[in-house]
Design a binder for this molecule. Structure first.
Ligand code: ATP
Length: 609
């Protein structure tokens, strides 16, 4: 019910605010209701124990008789005080317990939602945000949201009910005291809303600066090697310092407004209690108020304001929260790039066909692929070659359905890939990217990424097929060796061989490989050749090839230029044509590419001895 009301509000706000995240609580409404109840009980319990104590003190100081607080129950005032104190402590404990249960449930939902959004945006990032910024959203923004829903929302409900109860108690003691306090309640509660606009702007700015600082820091950490090589570390640190300065300026502005709010709230609270004391004293002097009830009246006056002052402290964070929620929602609402129709068509075999495929990224730069045709059968290895930017990776991305074709179609075993469930498609095509990512887990865990249940002998078989057995054997703890962050403890060639083994382990019949364009040593190069020779026997292999030695191994070579196929055939046929392929081979020969055997010796770049 509460979530429905809030969802309605959220819709009116264009789902841009914190309330836009309320649908997250679907399925957790009972937990949310209990958290709110616990908040009310905890705040109410604190006020009740203070009021009970003040009532006893008033009676004791004035020597007034202690009436039976609960007639018929036989509980003395002291016992009642003890019971209330214990109950209040119990309510606080329950609040902490239940709100943490909600917090952890929310963190899980938030992180899954953020991951799903990032996955829908893959292989690009969301709205061009950088890794560090996305990391800040997934951690600090998500934490802010979790804190609001699990720990603050309940306090808001308590801050509404407990002051009303205190005001009612005060009214019962003397209506004039309640009337004197009421304007202060309204003023304290409304302070954050006077400053809300500035809070929103400042919160958004501070979070944006924090995101930029995170992004820059991650970038510097990732580029440490390059910075050291080119001696630019100091310059980049200076940029980091400038970004830190921008963040601290934004935070100072945010802090000074927050300080102003705090000062106003503290001032108003003090003034309210003094006013209550003054009004109470005048009433006692005029015999309008029983002296024994004076301490209780003061406690109720303070108790009415404390929960409001507490939540206004968190309300000061509303600006930050709103900005964080907007950033989280951007990821949550990231539209899927492709529609998963999830139809259960079953391909007859692993034959891949690109049929007159046209595609552009919709950035006004025209088509990247234009009338692209390609066929690839099981047992065949096709190499896709061309200058940088010719559209080779785009063709691979279309086969993996990171994007859908603009025109024409791509089929596997006769089925248009748009009619295959995306999961099923990704089980058919195993992809080995150029920049292989290995997680900082054991080699075996990394190999099992696409086949978590694979038995060890299957893992070993895939490793042998990928000619990577020597890589594993050379590691200090074999399959149990930790790969290091992003697999940094392994060379590029070793990483690629392990990635091929990982792809083979999935048993996908089609292997799509974006060959590393960086140089490999002779050992890695030869191992990869042997691997291709074996793998292509029972796979359809499409290689985005950069090394002449790999290209020569292909059964067919397709030469792309500006998104169009300009030549295709075998290595020797294409060389004799004397066209783009011959040019590409000639320029490869002038670069330090390791080309084994005969004419393809390692040739140094021109100008070097
Ligand atoms: N995500 C993207 N958004 C917009 N344009 C893109 C995107 N990815 C690639 N392009 C553009 O599409 C064109 C083809 O790029 P693609 O990566 O397919 O070429 P490539 O032949 O694989 O190049 P390389 O060998 O350098 O990897 C280029 O002009 C590139 O700028």
């Amino acid at each position: 019910m509460i979530a429905r009301i809030f969802s309605g509000l959220a819709a009116r706000q264009g789902a841009a605010g914190i309330l836009g995240l309320l649908p997250l609580l679907k399925g957790r409404r009972r937990l949310l209701a209990l958290t709110m109840l616990s908040g009310v009980l905890a705040q109410g319990g604190t006020l009740a124990s203070l009021a009970c104590g003040a009532w006893l003190v008033g009676r004791a100081v004035t020597g007034a008789a202690l009436p039976d607080p609960l007639p018929g129950f036989g509980v003395s005032g002291f016992w009642l005080f003890g019971i209330v104190v214990v109950a209040a402590a119990g309510a606080r404990w329950w609040q902490a317990h239940i709100s943490h249960a909600l917090a952890f449930a929310l963190i899980e939902t938030l992180q899954i939602g953020i991951y799903d959004g990032l996955e829908r945006a893959a292989p690009d990032s969301v709205l061009g945000r950088q890794t560090g910024e996305l990391a800040a959203i997934a951690t600090s923004d998500a934490e802010l949201m979790e804190h609001f829903y699990a720990h603050t929302l309940a306090d808001y409900v308590g801050a509404l009910l407990v002051p009303l109860a205190a005001l009612a108690g005060l009214c019962a003691i003397h209506p004039v005291m309640a009337a004197a306090l009421f304007p202060f309640l309204v003023l304290v509660a409304s302070v954050p809303y006077w400053l809300a606009r500035r809070a929103g702007e400042q919160g958004a700015l501070a979070l944006a600066e924090l995101g930029r600082l995170n992004a820059r820091t991650v970038e510097i950490v990732q580029g440490l090697r390059e910075l050291a090589i080119f001696g630019r570390g100091r310059d980049f640190l200076a940029r980091l310092a400038r970004q830190t300065e921008l963040l601290s300026a934004a935070q100072r502005r945010y802090g000074s407004r927050a300080g102003l709010e705090l000062a106003m709230i503290d001032g108003l609270t003090t003034l309210a209690v003094l006013t209550a004391a003054l009004v109470g004293s005048v009433l006692v002097a005029g015999a309008g108020l029983d002296r024994a009830l004076f301490p209780l009246a003061l406690v109720l006056a303070g108790g009415a304001l404390t929960p409001i002052a507490e939540v206004t402290q968190t309300a000061r964070k509303l600006g930050e929260l709103r900005a964080g929620a907007a950033r989280v929602l951007t990821i949550f609402h990231q539209p899927a790039r492709i529609a998963d129709q999830g139809r259960q068509t079953v391909p007859q075999d692993a034959t891949v066909r690109f049929e007159h495929v046209g595609f552009g990224y919709g950035n006004g730069r025209g088509d990247v692929l234009d009338g692209f045709d390609l066929s690839l059968s099981p047992g065949e290895m096709v190499a896709l070659v061309g200058r940088s930017g010719a559209g080779k990776s785009t063709a691979a991305n279309l086969l993996l359905r990171f994007w859908d074709v603009g025109s024409g179609r791509i089929s596997i075993g006769g089925c248009d890939i748009r009619t295959l469930p995306v999961d099923a498609l990704r089980r058919l095509v195993a992809y080995v990217p150029q920049d292989v990512h290995l997680f900082n887990e054991t080699v075996a865990d990394n190999l099992r990424l696409g086949a978590p249940d694979a038995a060890m002998d299957e893992v070993e078989r895939a490793v042998r097929l990928a000619q990577a057995a020597d890589v594993v054997a050379g590691l200090p703890e074999g399959y149990r060796t930790m790969c290091g962050e992003r697999g940094m403890r392994l060379s590029g060639g070793q990483r690629q061989r392990l990635a091929i083994a990982r792809a083979l382990l999935t048993r996908a019949p089609i292997l799509l490989l974006d060959e590393a364009s960086s140089n490999l040593d002779a050992e890695n190069e030869q191992a990869l050749h042997k691997a291709f020779a074996t793998i292509k026997r029972d796979h359809a292999v499409l290689v985005i090839a950069h090394r002449p030695s790999t290209i020569r191994q292909a059964d067919r070579i397709i030469v792309l230029d500006a998104g169009r196929i300009v030549e295709q055939g075998r290595h020797d046929e294409l060389l004799t044509l004397g066209g783009l392929y011959a040019d590409l081979m000639a320029s490869a020969r002038h670069s330090p590419v390791a080309i084994p055997d005969g004419e393809n010796r390692t040739v140094p770049p021109s100008g070097l001895p």
